[in-house]
Design a protein around this ligand. Structure first.
Ligand SMILES: Nc1ncnc2c1ncn2[C@@H]1O[C@H](COP(=O)(O)OP(=O)(O)OP(=O)(O)O)[C@@H](O)[C@H]1O
Length: 357
């Protein structure tokens, strides 16, 4: 178990600045998820921690030791890729023990580690099977087992579940979480899947364009997004947004546009609000309630049946507002639906900088 400290990291690949002035602290034993859209640099960052990319500037410490230029094999890390890359001619046991055999680990020690990993990953009955006779989920478990037997200080995962179907992903996600608890190891995990990030992470770093936008617990990132990008990247359906301006009169602060007006005096502004400030008001679909005496109204254009709830899409002066309706009954399409926003759960962002107010 080791911490990872990244300082002012810069990575340039093929002439592109892929990571820019990045700082990240991962505590020993922590499960950190790097989350972001395709191309944001999360895999590049992970591979750089593993020693697979050259650093243009900055440093990487693992367990208090400068590893910026260390050979991958000397970093005390173990990397699990999206593709399983198992040796087809070797059975599961041999696949898992391969690395240990070539570095001369004693036989008894190899057996102990393979048994332990097989127990944790429910691979005992499969130890003598070849990869061709395993399902995708089983193969990925073997790939994870191969990483575990190395007993590394830091485990790095690069979208390990993305080749699996939805049910298997959920299962393996739970297993990974348990594995983290059992091993108590430091884990850094790359994904573009927000559900995976929310459920696995102790803390998550949301990235865009090689820059960390926010690094915090999943709950804080979801409930207090630092900027509009983070606010709209997380959540499904995404946060509803309304543009408007602030009006400040003494202690009273109002948000208004031509269709709505809200008292936002109780909003926890980071800095004193400024009258006339152009801003974006955000509210998550679960914080929009369709109720008869709602002050706002929209035309219902689409109802999405989700089993235990419905998503109502309301046309509100030409923009679509998503609203979650719990229960089994939903109004018919084309109806006019009154709604209100939960004013205690509003988010405000500066329109120009897109930062949270
Ligand atoms: N060898 C390379 N040469 C030039 N540019 C590269 C190289 N490798 C990656 N990039 C660029 O760096 C950026 C980040 O890529 P990276 O694979 O880290 O993103 P990612 O967030 O992991 O995306 P994905 O989820 O699609 O894998 C992309 O714009 C990519 O085109």
């Amino acid at each position: 178990m080791a911490n990872v400290a990244i300082r002012n990291l810069q990575i340039t690949l093929g002439g592109n600045r892929v990571i820019d002035q990045l700082n990240l602290d991962v505590q020993a034993g922590e499960f950190v998820v790097l989350l972001g859209p395709s191309g944001c640099g999360k895999s590049t960052l992970l591979h750089t921690i593993a020693g697979l990319n050259d650093v243009s500037d900055g440093s990487i410490e693992i367990g208090g030791r400068d590893m910026t230029w260390a050979d991958p094999k000397d970093r005390g890390i173990s990397l699990v890729f999206q593709s399983y890359a198992l040796y087809p001619t070797m059975d599961v046991e041999k696949n898992m023990s391969f690395g240990l055999r070539i570095n001369g680990t004693p036989k008894a020690e190899i057996a102990r580690r393979v048994q332990r990993a097989a127990d944790m990953l429910h691979l005992q009955p499969l130890l003598k099977r070849k990869p061709a006779n395993l399902s995708g989920g089983q193969r990925q478990r073997v790939a994870i087992g191969r990483a575990i037997v190395r007993e590394a200080d830091v485990f790095l995962f690069d979208e390990p579940l993305s080749n699996l179907d939805a049910k298997l992903r959920t299962e393996l996600r739970r297993e990974l979480k348990q594995l983290h608890r059992q091993l108590g190891a430091t884990m850094i995990y790359v994904t573009h899947d927000q559900v995976e990030a929310m459920t696995l992470a102790g803390r998550m770093a949301v990235m865009r364009g090689g820059v960390i936008q926010q690094y915090d617990t999943p709950a804080n990132v979801y409930h207090t997004p630092a900027n509009l990008f983070v606010a709209t990247f997380l959540g499904s359906p995404g946060m509803n947004l309304f543009r408007g301006r602030l009006a400040v009169h003494g202690a009273s602060v109002m948000f208004a546009n031509e269709h709505m007006q809200f008292d936002v005096s109780a909003y926890p502004f980071a800095d004193a609000p400024v009258s006339g400030q152009a801003c974006v008001l955000g509210v998550r679909p679960e914080d929009v309630s369709a109720i008869n005496d709602g002050a706002l109204a929209g035309r219902l254009t689409l109802v999405e049946e989700m089993g235990n709830h419905h998503v109502l899409w309301l046309d509100f002066h030409g923009s679509q507002v998503a609203c979650i309706l719990n229960g089994q009954d939903a109004p018919a399409a084309e109806a006019t639906v009154a709604f209100r926003l939960n004013t205690e759960r509003l988010h405000l962002f500066d329109e120009a900088s897109e930062q949270r107010l």
